[in-house]
Write a protein that binds this ligand. Structure first.
Ligand code: 5GP
Length: 345
């Protein structure tokens, strides 16, 4: 039995050490990045924060707001081709470069993806998302999507180790999505005992991806803007958020009222709630690997977006990074045993 004794770190195990800086204000920080993707050869410019492809956060309504901030939305895979047609009708170019079409890896998923992409050739991004990106059949699927959509930017995941990042990039992915188990409504670590602390996964996977000219998304586990800054500091090119964007007007999920306070339902995509909704219940051979929670209703998403972008800007200012691109180079993590003062809860 081999035990890897290297300590693996999550966001809450570290802080970013401040560095001398000549920036006067966070307004001087540029969060926009430009990437040229490995296989699609497309260039993309924007703020690399993505709303997760969950049916509560990857909605068309969220996409419209986030696109105004040059951010991305991985639109969930449960919209029909007709709903895509209706949403995109009359939309300008900006929206096309800020949305991703999500898909699973079944035959039916492939057909639906093909229909949507054919109907809307201006769409750039395809996000192939499965809970476990380690299956050989998944790698084959990525290869098939690459062969069918040569000039589209393909995201594939999720994995947490460098060798699998390399395999997915070689199979045709431009960007690999990293994260197993860190999600706010994920129970994989409890149900299956499988996972990898997210910050270490990001550091190791970024190294592997960048060596081949690929990119990574840190997916899951961010609880506050500081965690997003740590993910970027660790080398993530993009950061994907679920729970932090839940509970807003634009998010999906039913509103519930309790003792005069409003909540919105938020649930994992493999929770019993999601499976009842989309697949007619949890199949007998599998366990639900997601929670269902009630998030206090938070109003329009706009304010949360500002808070997030403000936090990342602030991190950049503290280490003297005039642009997000410089944040990784200027980040030194310190391992800590306390994060914040909790006297007031
Ligand atoms: P969060 O930002 O809420 O911490 O994490 C969002 C991520 O959690 C999603 O992008 C996705 O990768 C993951 N996720 C969403 N639903 C589920 C689920 O039901 N089970 C598991 N294991 N992960 C989930």
């Amino acid at each position: 039995m081999f035990v890897d004794n290297d300590v693996k770190l999550g966001f809450s195990d570290v802080l970013i050490r401040p560095k001398r800086s000549n920036l006067k204000s966070r307004s001087q920080v540029d969060l926009v990045r430009t990437f040229k993707f490995l296989h699609s050869k497309r260039e993309w410019t924007g703020v690399p924060v993505i709303s997760a492809n969950m049916d509560t956060t990857g909605t068309f309504e969220v996409a419209e707001v986030l696109a105004k901030h040059a951010m991305l939305t991985a639109v969930h895979k449960h919209y029909s081709p007709v709903q895509w047609d209706e949403f995109l009708e009359g939309k300008d170019e900006v929206i096309y470069s800020h949305i991703m079409v999500s898909t699973g890896s079944s035959e039916a998923d492939f057909e639906k993806l093909t229909t949507i992409m054919k109907n809307h050739p201006k769409l750039h991004f395809i996000c192939i998302d499965v809970a476990n990106g380690y299956a050989e059949s998944f790698v084959e699927f990525v290869r098939r999507v690459r062969d069918s959509f040569e000039d589209k930017t393909i995201i594939a995941g999720n994995v947490v180790t460098g060798e699998m990042v390399e395999e997915l990039l070689l199979a045709g992915a431009d960007v690999v999505k990293v994260g197993i188990g860190p999600g706010s409504v994920c129970t994989t670590r409890v149900k299956a005992g499988v996972g990898y602390p997210q910050l270490s996964a990001v550091i190791e996977c970024a190294d592997a991806a960048h060596g081949l000219g690929g990119r990574i998304i840190s997916d899951g586990g961010c609880t506050c803007p500081g965690d997003i800054a740590k993910a970027f500091g660790g080398g993530a090119d993009f950061v994907m958020l679920g729970g932090m964007l839940a509970g807003h007007d634009e998010s999906g999920g039913q509103i519930v009222e309790r003792n005069g306070q409003q909540f919105k339902l938020f649930y994992g995509m493999s929770s019993t709630t999601a499976m009842d909704k989309h697949s007619g219940g949890v199949a007998s051979y599998r366990a639900s690997e997601g929670k269902t929670v009630e998030v206090p209703y938070r109003g329009p998403i706009e304010e949360t977006v500002r808070d997030i972008l403000g936090g990342v800007r602030s991190a950049c200012t503290y280490v003297g990074a005039a642009s997000l691109k410089e944040l990784t180079k200027r980040t030194t993590f310190i391992r800590v045993q306390e994060q914040e003062n909790r006297i007031f809860g």
